[in-house]
Ligand binder design. Sequence first.
Ligand SMILES: [Zn+2]
Length: 167
Amino acid sequence: MRCPYCGSTNTQVKDSRPSEDHSTIRRRRVCADCGGRFTTFERVQLRELTVVKRSGRRMPFDRDKLMRSVQIALRKRPVDPERVERMVSGIVRRLENMGENDIRSETIGRLVMEALKGLDDVAYVRFASVYKNFREAKDFEPLLGELAATETKEESPSGKAAAPAED
Ligand SMILES: [Zn+2]
């Protein structure tokens, strides 16, 4: 496995253990060249999924890509990586269980939104802003209203979330 820090392939497994529900094997690895430590997960793939974009374009489903977009939404949020891993695994399992090999990208976006809503409000709004292609602050209002109705915490997600880095 290539080191994510320096690109070396000279990495070693330090520790392997199954996740709580035994659906994945978690391996801690260390890079012999730069000393970087990272974790990989091994899991069962039940089905080859194809993502069908809004444009009709088709591409193989890529779990890592899904994970990356979730991680962008969760950037600097205090969420346990194991929970994120479980969330993404849950989404993939649901996609696999839909019984279709073709999955519309909107379906994936909807599942991610549902899952993030339970995990972290700020990440939810960030993801929704990209997924729903929000362009103006007023587009956030219905979403924030929806959150305010279910949320009793002091902190409001509006300030931080209203400035996506993309544009
Ligand atoms: Zn390295």
